[in-house]
Design a binder for this molecule. Structure first.
Ligand code: CTP
Length: 410
């Protein structure tokens, strides 16, 4: 099945209270409500009085399918305790946008409106509080706001963002609310088990590009999707992740440190100094096996009557084999994209490159697609992961990896 990442139901059965406070980004809060519902969550919107000056409860009710809570004085609730009922039923409260004023109120433990009241009344051990600040850059940078933000984090809230960029007021700087899809993914990540908490993971992804001249080169059809999905899954699981990416057009997963390279030699130069600082190395990149020995400095022109050019090729370094041969090599996982005899070729790579694990797949049929079938091959045997989209497989691989590290006492 081919599930595009934006049609996944990663928040299935999650009950989310979406708090919207009064800032221009409130309109994005409405879009976020839609994203959360599309991801399978049941969403209860709670709006402050100032939020209702920017967007209406009617809009949020239409998007979530639930009446919007706006006051603690709601006599339609049988016990007249909206703040208790809402926070007891929720798996998480996400306040997006959270204004400077609302964060200040949270920091002080104020509770004279429904949203701050239910943040204070929530059972913190089973209902997390996530806060997405949105404000002008001067307001964000102000020592009072910074103090308040630190306080709410110390009190157990998790911060999502803010981002830097152009602001509603026309200024440019830090304080912009994250985009609705980034907030949705931040919430999804929050719910993932922290199987790699504190671990360090280095990943290569994508193709490499080996120049023949300044405009042409040798490359391959790898999209980088599997490597990026693994980077996201490892970060969601609590690891600190570095991703060395060949030329691909994919957004960097949240929280992942990314380095862009072009050729195999550049990938090797980026990876080798980083490898000893990481516990796990996952090589998903489709590194070109050869490069032109002497790429032309100027564009090669086609001249009528002259024969087509020929290129002498040199072998590229094997990034994975070099890392696995290091004295303090990390736990090394290789990928093998094969067209036939998948398991036999994977095992040959496991032994030749001296790896802990090889993840094999059927190369030609998976390039650029969102789903895949993986076979895990190690010294003791092989095991197939159920077919799925690449993010689901990446999460299964992360779980498998966590188990293997633990079994190996690492
Ligand atoms: N790899 C690498 N550097 C290379 C070639 C491969 O790091 N120069 C890594 C890939 O990222 C992958 C694994 O090695 O994890 C297997 O790559 P593959 O190209 O399938 O193996 P090769 O050794 O090149 O064998 P062949 O192309 O003959 O199948």
């Amino acid at each position: 099945m081919n599930i595009p990442v934006d049609q996944r139901l990663d928040l299935h059965a999650k009950r989310i209270v979406l708090g919207i406070t009064g800032g221009v980004a409130a309109y994005k809060g409405a879009e976020l409500a839609r994203e959360l519902v599309r991801a399978g969550a049941s969403v209860q919107a709670v709006m402050t009085a100032s939020a209702q000056r920017f967007v209406t409860p009617l809009l949020l009710q239409s998007l979530t399918g639930n009446p919007v809570a706006t006051t603690q004085w709601d006599t339609t609730q049988p016990n007249a305790m909206a703040h208790i009922n809402l926070s007891r039923e929720a798996d998480a409260i996400l306040v997006a946008p959270a204004t400077a004023d609302f964060i200040a109120r949270l920091a002080l433990g104020r509770c004279d409106d429904l949203l701050s009241l239910l943040c204070l009344a929530r059972p913190a051990e089973r209902c997390s509080l996530l806060v997405a600040p949105a404000m002008n850059r001067e307001m964000w940078a102000h020592p009072a706001t910074q103090r308040n933000v630190q306080q709410v984090q110390q009190d157990g809230a998790m911060l999502l963002g803010p981002a830097a960029g152009s602001q509603a007021c026309g200024e440019i700087g830090a304080g912009r609310m994250l985009e609705p899809d980034e907030l949705r993914d931040g919430l999804i990540a929050h719910f993932q088990p922290k199987l790699l908490r504190g671990r360090t993971v280095l990943i290569t992804a994508g193709p490499t590009f080996e120049a023949l001249d300044p405009v042409r080169g040798i490359t391959n059809r790898s999209s980088g999707k599997m490597g990026f999905a693994i980077a996201r899954a490892a970060a969601e699981a609590g690891a600190s992740v570095t991703l060395v990416a060949g030329p691909v057009h994919l957004p960097t997963p949240a929280g992942v440190q990314r380095l862009d390279v072009e050729s195999a030699c550049q990938m090797q130069a980026a990876v080798l100094p980083l490898a000893p600082q990481h516990e796990i190395f996952i090589a998903t990149a489709a590194v070109a096996d050869w490069r032109a020995s002497k790429p032309a400095e100027a564009k090669i022109k086609k001249t009528a009557g002259l024969a087509a050019p020929t290129f002498e090729l040199a072998e590229n370094p094997d990034v994975l084999a070099c890392v696995a041969a290091l004295k303090d090599a990390p736990f090394c996982i290789g990928f093998a994209a094969e067209s036939h005899d998948i398991e036999r070729h994977a095992r040959e790579k496991l032994q030749r490159k001296k790896l802990h694990l090889v993840v094999a797949n059927h190369g030609p049929s998976t390039f650029g697609r969102d789903d895949n079938r993986l076979i895990l091959v190690d010294a003791t045997g092989s095991r197939e992961l159920p077919q799925g989209d690449k993010l689901t497989l990446a999460r299964a691989l992360v779980a498998e990896l966590a188990q293997r590290l633990q079994a190996a006492g690492l």
